[in-house]
Design a protein around this ligand. Structure first.
Ligand code: CA
Ligand code: CA
Length: 542
């Protein structure tokens, strides 16, 4: 730093006044200790006289009293024997190196100290000592943090990014330590901590952190214990580059952000407060359907979901809060808009024991299939695990192919909205077969779910399937109607009568009474229904 003779002279004057004021105020004590306290000042004067660019040294006890202001115009060096107590206002305009003790008199209740880093060029904060500020302010250009600093009351991030020197992503070092009950003000994209911020206590806290010119705070709900300590930093980078592969993930984890992640460490304690993360225009794309968003955590070998307890905002900017099962490397992920359900089932009446596939339903010419490749159109329903009568989702107009696979139009599987992530029964419904559901409720946490009804009768709830051949099973035929002309989940006389009446009318074409799908309703169809009615076939449902 360059200083003119003019401002150095002013500094001498200020220091001189400071000493005189101090002597007047503290007459007896000062007289005893004045030489001791004058020593660093004398050294400073000598040093300054020798070279204006040299540092201001403190090797003994130095006090800035509550009503006083001190400006360190050059670099500040507090040696290993130095004790620098600031209860007034101290401005550091150069680099700061503390190898001793910098603190304040915590027995004072008025005007506790403000330590302000206000240089017009980059400042480093370093040394092997202990730095504790009551109030700390960053208002200069930029700061390189090379020793931990502790803030007891308030951190004012007026201006400049505080970049902590780090050796690894997760090693907590050179952190800003926020004492229990302390707070901060004025963090912004122009002023945040790029490194670890540590907080102690049982109150909620937002970590004023960022990286690469992006201010991306993380909010922690109140921990349980006053002694709980959490430490957090933010990294604007693809987590894969940091060693947390985005492709290593548990079932149910969506697309992990390739833009950013946070490291939140539970340094002391065992409580599990909620975490709130945010996104902005610099984040990975967030869908307008915020329910697809999730907080994810690296569990040491893969990403796992910490879920989505609540969200605010929209696709452009907002927050997501999650209940945490642990801490560490965390990020945002977006679940797929559509899940793929691969489900396979055979219909008894369309089964062809020669081809070992199903026949296609034909139109009234008895030749042309009703569907291009499918045998029939069916529905798949998701039913609530704890209450089967609640239908969670219905996919209708699905194509049932001769090999038993079922798919949405234009898809290779049944498309299910990605928001359905619970456990559901998978139910097959058709025009003229018995409602049949999966043996148990299946988890839809993953983006791909598959279920094959055909491999065993027990794949259906109540083992309610018919054997088509050894090891091949199908859905029972024959429930066409009921008392109120809708299917009643039973195969009985009403269904037989329905087919009989249409056979009498020689009904042709794609009709639900045409059980075998050959394009006409006749005695063969009556026999099929009659046979199952005789067996008292009915739907067995949870
Ligand atoms: Ca019926
Ligand atoms: Ca027929």
């Amino acid at each position: 730093m360059k200083y003119t003779k003019d401002n150095i002279d002013r500094y001498y004057l200020k220091t001189d006044i400071h000493i005189k004021e101090t002597m007047l105020k503290r007459s007896v004590l000062i007289k005893i200790t004045k030489l001791y306290r004058l020593l660093p000042v004398i050294l400073i004067l000598l040093a300054t006289k020798a070279n204006a660019q040299m540092a201001e040294y403190n090797t003994g006890n130095f006090w800035v009293y509550a009503t006083q202001q001190k400006s360190v115009l050059m670099d500040f060096v507090n040696s290993s024997t130095g004790v620098f107590m600031n209860n007034g206002t101290t401005y550091y305009l150069g680099n700061y190196q503390n190898d001793g003790t910098v603190g304040y008199d915590n027995t004072l209740t008025v005007n506790p100290g403000l330590s302000s880093f206000a240089g017009t060029s980059a400042q480093t904060i370093s040394g092997s000592g202990t730095t504790t500020f009551y109030n700390m302010q960053f208002s200069g250009l930029s700061f390189s943090l090379q020793q931990p600093v502790s803030v007891v009351n308030q951190l004012d991030l007026s201006n400049g990014i505080v970049t902590a020197q780090q050796t690894t992503l997760q090693t907590v070092m050179n952190e800003v330590q926020m004492s229990a009950g302390s707070s901060w003000v004025n963090a912004s994209s122009a002023s945040f901590v790029d490194g670890f911020v540590q907080k102690t206590g049982n109150t909620a806290f937002t970590f004023p952190i960022g990286n690469s010119s992006y201010y991306r705070p993380l909010t922690l709900a109140a921990p349980a214990q006053a002694t709980d300590v959490f430490t957090a930093r933010y990294i604007y980078a693809d987590p894969t580059v940091g060693g947390y592969s985005r492709t290593a993930k548990a079932s149910g984890v969506g697309e992990v952000s390739d833009k950013e992640y946070w490291i939140l460490q539970r340094t002391t304690g065992s409580s599990s407060p909620q975490v709130t993360l945010s996104w902005s225009s610099t984040s990975a794309t967030v869908p307008s359907d915020l329910s697809r968003l999730q907080v994810v955590r690296w569990d040491g070998s893969q990403w796992i979901s910490e879920g989505n307890a609540s969200t605010t905002g929209d696709a452009t900017a907002g927050t997501i809060t999650a209940n945490m099962t642990g801490y560490g490397v965390i990020s945002l992920a977006v679940k797929s808009a559509t899940k793929q359900l691969d489900v396979k089932a055979y219909l008894q009446s369309l089964w062809n024991s020669s081809t070992l596939k199903m026949n296609q339903c034909l139109t009234d010419d008895g030749v042309t299939p009703q569907f291009t490749t499918a045998v029939d159109a069916v529905s798949v329903e998701l039913h609530k695990a704890s209450d089967y009568s609640t239908i969670i989702y219905t996919a209708s107009g699905l194509m049932l192919e001769p090999d038993g696979t079922i798919h949405s139009s234009g898809s290779t599987a049944v498309d299910i909205p990605g928001t359905y992530t619970g456990n559901y029964y998978i139910t097959i419904k058709t025009r003229n077969h018995v409602e049949t559901t999966s043996a148990s409720a299946l988890s839809f946490a993953a983006d791909n779910i598959s279920y094959d009804f055909t491999t065993a009768d027990s794949q259906a709830y109540g083992s309610n399937q018919v054997k088509l051949k050894t090891g091949v099973y199908g859905v029972y035929a024959g429930d066409i109607t009921g008392k109120t002309s809708t299917q009643d989940q039973m195969v009985n006389g009403r269904d037989v009568s329905q087919v009989f009446s249409q056979a009498n009318l020689s009904t042709a074409g794609y009709a639900k009474e045409d059980m075998n799908g050959d394009g006409m309703v006749n005695g063969r169809d009556i026999n099929r229904v009659f046979s199952n009615a005789n067996l008292s076939i009915y739907a067995i449902l949870p």
